[in-house]
Design a protein around this ligand. Structure first.
Ligand code: ADP
Ligand code: MG
Length: 318
């Protein structure tokens, strides 16, 4: 196995409030190899964004990393100084968030925004930065002329492409994408993701791709991790997670989404409400919503155990 680019060990992230401590990331361990695409799936509120932000130490109060370790190329991210962290965030890792396309500055041109990023981190002339900006726009399927545009003159899909171009500007080795295309229509979403996939093949970066849409993930990820109530409950190769999931929650998630290519089937969804982190049930967090729940499930918490090489599931009934 290739040496990990990113290694997360037993990470816990808590939101501390007068009402109690909500553990949004609960002892999560995950590795990402160079060039690998890892998908993280799960319903809204299960801790995906909290995990993404914590990896780059971009989480803000009341979120707090209370346990665990994050290693990037063997370097301890939680021990980095402010300067190391700044370099790490741009040169090594970049994040495209959920509504990033709305974070473009409305009063300066796209070109200035792209060149600003390049020049803040690389010692090159404005002329060279401009040339690089055109290249970046071309890479994400846009014409260099667009550098003169302002954000409001672009469609949502184009703005998101610009954000991806900025994320690629410094050629990071890891790109974290937190529902990067959910605000777009499905056709544009797929187009952008296919382009991203081509770029990845060309540049060899790794991607941590977060989405609630497992069918999309089944197409682009090498491995998929499924989270429930802050815990990783199933983790393995994308093909198996998507086509032969083991955990009852993963099965429910998959049947909740229509696939574009697959046969039309009824959508079952998952009964019950998403879990409240301040009021977790005893035993397995998923037990109130699980059809396969047995006695042990309401007593003991299931561990994330390896079932096949590299394939892990946290369920008593498997
Ligand atoms: P996801 O990205 O999977 O939708 P988040 O990481 O945004 O989930 O949130 C996970 C959980 O963390 C939420 O269910 C909520 O309980 C808690 N949480 C998120 N943001 C805050 C906050 N600012 N203050 C308190 N709790 C929060
Ligand atoms: Mg989120």
């Amino acid at each position: 196995m290739k040496k990990a680019l990113l290694e997360i060990n037993n990470l816990c992230v808590d939101y501390v409030s007068p009402n109690g401590i909500a553990r949004a990331v609960d002892h999560v361990s995950l590795t990402i190899a160079p060039g690998e695409t890892v998908g993280i799936a799960g319903e809204s509120g299960c801790g995906k964004s909290t995990l993404a932000f914590a990896i780059a130490r971009l989480h803000k109060a009341p979120a707090l990393i209370s346990e665990g370790q994050i290693l990037y190329e063997g370097r301890d991210v939680l021990k980095m100084s402010d300067k190391e962290l700044r370099d790490f965030r741009w040169n090594d890792v970049s994040i495209v968030f959920q509504s990033a396309m709305n974070s473009l500055n409305p009063v300066i041109t796209i070109g200035e925004q792209v060149t600003d990023v390049i020049m803040a981190h690389k010692r090159i002339s404005l002329k060279e930065a401009n040339k690089k900006a055109v290249e970046l726009l071309n890479i994400v399927g846009m014409h260099g002329d667009r550098l003169q545009s302002f954000a409001h003159q672009l469609s949502g899909g184009m703005r998101q492409r610009v954000v991806i171009a900025i994320a690629l500007a410094l050629e990071p080795k890891l790109i974290i994408m937190d529902e990067p295309t959910t605000a777009l229509d499905v056709v544009v979403e797929r187009e952008i993701l296919n382009e991203l996939y081509d770029l990845k093949e060309k540049f060899g970066f790794s991607i941590l791709f977060i989405s609630h849409d497992l069918s999309l993930m089944g197409e682009i990820a090498d491995r998929i991790g499924v989270m429930y109530a802050g815990k990783m409950i199933e983790l393995g190769d994308a093909k198996t997670v998507f086509s032969k999931p083991s955990h009852p929650y993963t099965k429910g998630l998959i049947s909740s989404f229509p696939t574009i290519h697959g046969p039309k089937t009824r959508l079952y969804g998952i009964p019950g409400d998403p879990v409240d982190l301040l009021r977790l049930p005893k035993g397995c967090n998923f037990n109130p919503r699980c059809n396969d729940c047995t006695e042990i499930c309401v007593k003991d918490e299931p561990k994330l155990l390896e079932r096949n090489a590299g394939y892990k599931v946290a369920c008593h009934n498997i």
